[in-house]
Design a protein around this ligand. Structure first.
Ligand SMILES: Cc1cc2nc3c(=O)[nH]c(=O)nc-3n(C[C@H](O)[C@H](O)[C@H](O)COP(=O)(O)OP(=O)(O)OC[C@H]3O[C@@H](n4cnc5c(N)ncnc54)[C@H](O)[C@@H]3O)c2cc1C
Length: 472
């Protein structure tokens, strides 16, 4: 497979553009040093990471520009329109589908200098941050004051608030606290033409379509989020950890469905299939494990725990205590094994999709089988996380040691996505689309859905300067 069929190579921007941008953001904040260009040429899209292991890169930016505030971004975007220069917004660079990869030798707009905590309003339980703040720093600011956002993705230490918003991210405690779209109440956005929009924070509004939803999941194609006001929660008073063992994924899905049908709202719910249980929890072996973590007011936590125990035990589960939840809590940010396998020449990646409960067990079986059928596959395993009363996110990890790693990677993704679509699932729950999943967008949204998205894009960005080649 020839990578140039997918991606473009390095280019240049005019010296006048560079001079103008230097005047806007300051000379020290514009770089064309090779080390910077290489550092900002990749996100966590593993195809790009494999390329770099084989001595190549998906694409090099022409320039890395690091603005300090909204006004500087407005200036850079106005200039980009004048000189028809492509701009790629870059948060933490932890996106997994090439959303922040600078295609067409675009200029990378690095947002990490805009990383301030702005204010906390305790009466209304809201806080405002600049969008380039790294997740762990955002949580630290809140925890120190007795609060949490409740959005704890595995990439907490390497992703930004702006990136979470742009990709519609979901954290590990999402079954209680919701996803990023439930947390963002207001935001400031610079539009592609350099103008800006201030969406005031309210718990809800009935004032026409929700404008903020154009940018939550916009993947940097429709505007650049510069700050956001988010809902926060007091740190929990009590925590309860439980686990139950089942004989099949289908039975475990039924149990969680019944628990969520009532009023119980654990913060963390994860169903690990046999392969993942065996890998994670040595003393459980090849069984299906569910862990639950409930947190909040101690009375409610106790009641949650009783409902979970009654329904789990009443449906064939037996309790395995707190230990599996403790093990998961310890390992939850660890990606060490994947890195080691890649160093050894393996291909490793993850795919997340979402479906209704009606389709979930069949979807799981079909995706695992179709991914195992790809030549070179040695391990495919899954867990369900991010639950709703209506359905859940299925998250699959695959490992292969194929003859042609690029072919294997492409074929596994295609097999998995086709199995997901065939089973009525959506092709992404929280990782987004970026560059890599774009070919499947028409099957996801239909021809008229895609046409609408294209029309919105060209109305907001007629010169096509913002993150071209991604999402739409
Ligand atoms: C080890 C690992 C674990 C992960 N775990 C999770 C998880 O638990 N949950 C989850 O949801 N995701 C997870 N991810 C995926 C990734 O962390 C998320 O997609 C995250 O939201 C990306 O944030 P970022 O700041 O790194 O964005 P980037 O990768 O820099 O950018 C992502 C996209 O957003 C755009 N963008 C960035 N900032 C802005 C902005 N301010 N305004 C407009 N557009 C912007 C970029 O152009 C790009 O299209 C994980 C990734 C890794 C590598």
């Amino acid at each position: 497979m020839n990578i140039s069929t997918y991606l473009s190579q390095k280019g240049t921007v005019s010296p006048e553009f560079v001079e103008k941008v230097k005047r806007i953001v300051g000379e020290d904040n514009v770089s064309d040093r090779e080390s910077d260009l290489i550092a900002y040429s990749l996100d966590y899209w593993l195809y790009g990471v494999f390329l770099s292991q084989y001595g190549s890169l998906p694409s090099l930016p022409s320039l890395v520009v690091s603005p300090a505030n909204r006004e500087e971004i407005q200036g850079v975007l106005s200039c980009a329109n004048e000189y028809k220069v492509q701009i790629t917004p870059f948060g933490g660079g932890s996106g997994v589908h090439g959303g922040a990869v600078p295609l067409d030798a675009s200029v990378v707009l690095n947002l990490q200098r805009m990383n301030g905590f702005l204010h906390l309003e305790e009466t209304s339980l809201v806080a405002e941050f600049e969008s380039g703040i790294i997740g762990a720093n955002l949580e630290r600011e809140l925890n120190y004051r007795g609060y949490s956002l409740g959005n704890i993705p595995q990439s907490l230490f390497c992703s930004t608030l702006g990136g979470w918003i742009a990709t519609r991210a979901a954290g590990q405690f999402s079954t209680k606290y919701g996803k990023i779209e439930d947390m963002v109440l207001g935001m400031e956005v610079v539009l592609p033409d350099g103008s800006f929009l201030d969406i005031k924070p309210e718990p809800r509004r009935s004032t026409g379509p929700s404008l903020k939803d154009l940018f939550i999941g916009g993947e940097g194609t429709l505007g650049i989020v510069t700050r956001a006001t988010v809902a926060v929660h007091p740190l929990p008073e009590a925590t309860l950890k439980q686990s139950f063992i089942f004989d099949s994924v289908g039975r475990a899905l039924d149990v969680v469905r019944l628990i969520l049908r009532g009023d119980a709202r654990p913060a963390v719910v994860r169903i690990f299939d046999e392969a993942e249980s065996e890998r994670y929890f040595e003393d459980i072996g090849r069984k299906v494990t569910i862990i639950f973590i409930s947190e909040g007011d101690s009375d409610f936590v106790g009641l949650n725990g009783s409902v979970i125990e009654r329904i789990s035990k009443g449906n064939g589960g037996y309790s395995h205590g707190e230990n599996p939840a403790d093990i998961w809590l310890k390992k939850r940010f660890d990606i060490g094994l994947g890195c080691v396998l890649m160093q050894l020449g393996g291909v490793v990646d993850t795919i997340e999709v979402v479906s209704l409960f009606t389709d979930a067990a069949r979807l799981y079986g079909d995706m695992i089988a179709s991914m195992y059928a790809v030549e070179g596959a040695i391990m495919v395993s899954g867990h369900f996380s991010h639950f709703y009363p209506e359905g859940a996110c299925l998250y699959i990890t695959f490992v292969g040691f194929p003859k042609d790693p690029f072919r294997y990677y492409h074929d596994t993704w295609t097999a998995a996505t086709e199995a997901a679509l065939k089973n009525n699932a959506s092709i992404s729950h929280h990782h987004g689309i970026g560059f890599w999943r774009r070919p499947f967008m028409e099957q996801e949204h239909g021809v008229s859905g895609m046409e609408l998205l294209r029309r919105i894009k060209s109305a907001l960005d007629p010169n096509g300067i913002l993150n071209r080649g991604k999402l739409v």
